[in-house]
Design a protein around this ligand. Structure first.
Ligand SMILES: [Zn+2]
Ligand SMILES: [Zn+2]
Length: 246
């Protein structure tokens, strides 16, 4: 399984990276985890959009889904799509949310996407076994575990501290965890993880490798990394364009 970081800037695009988007490949099958603002441009430098077999949206905050709008334009008008709907997995309301983002009304998108709502039930997606859990976040958000070829990748999406996310990540080969909150007093609960909390989640899950992501442009990424390493010494900070063998 291979993970490529398309965009990793937290809460919105930054000067050096689009917002959240990760390309996961195995056995010739390609799935995008989130498609945040700015990501569709960078994606085209890393992979032909026509080769994307499925989209998975963890939740419907702008920094995780808004570049579905240019994907729709590309699919309809570039003349380069495969000409059939792309499977899209997302929380309830995704069809209306994405239609509104694209066109300002509820114009149907069935020609572009084959929608499946995330319910918490596991499912198969190409070569991947997919498991999800709800995270601790103000809107419905699903962390995801992809398993294929005996390897597993867990992506937290956005979450505050969550025993369910730890459970999903149990024994994972790679935990791609958000670390958006700087370690300051008075943080709201149920929103984001600090670097230390990301490290604690990886340690509690017994994950083999911790990749930190979703650090906002206004937060010191080096501090997030050192906070995580205080708990999980091998933690790494992802970078746009970086590729990881899971
Ligand atoms: Zn986010
Ligand atoms: Zn969010």
């Amino acid at each position: 399984m291979r993970l490529t970081v398309v965009g990793c800037c937290g809460s919105g695009p930054g000067p050096a990276s689009p917002a959240s988007c990760y390309l996961v490949e195995h056995d010739g099958f390609r799935v995008l985890l989130d498609l945040g603002n700015g990501a569709f441009g960078t994606l085209q430098a890393l992979a032909d959009p026509a080769t994307i077999d499925a989209l998975y949206l963890s939740h419907l905050h702008a920094d995780h889904c808004l570049d579905v709008a240019p994907f729709i334009v590309w699919h309809r008008y570039s003349g380069r799509s495969r000409g059939r709907p792309v499977p899209l997995y997302a929380p309830a309301g995704a069809d209306r949310r994405l239609a509104a983002a694209y066109y300002g009304d509820t114009a149907p998108l069935e020609d572009v996407f084959d929608f499946t709502l995330l319910t918490g039930a596991p499912f198969d997606l190409g070569p991947f076994r997919v498991q999800t859990v709800r995270t601790a976040h103000p809107v419905e958000c699903h962390a995801v575990r992809l398993t294929a070829g005996g390897r597993s990748l867990v992506y937290t999406g956005d979450t505050g501290a969550s025993a369910d996310v730890v459970g999903l990540a149990r024994g994972a080969d790679v935990l791609l965890a958000e670390a958006a909150h700087p370690d300051v007093p008075g943080l709201p609960p149920g929103l984001h993880l600090t670097g230390r909390e990301a490290g604690e989640h990886a340690a509690a899950a017994g994950a083999d490798r911790l990749l930190l992501t979703h650090v906002p442009a206004w937060v010191d990424a080096g501090a997030q990394l050192s906070d995580a390493r205080a708990v999980f010494p091998s933690a790494e900070l992802v970078a746009p364009g970086a590729t990881y063998d899971v």
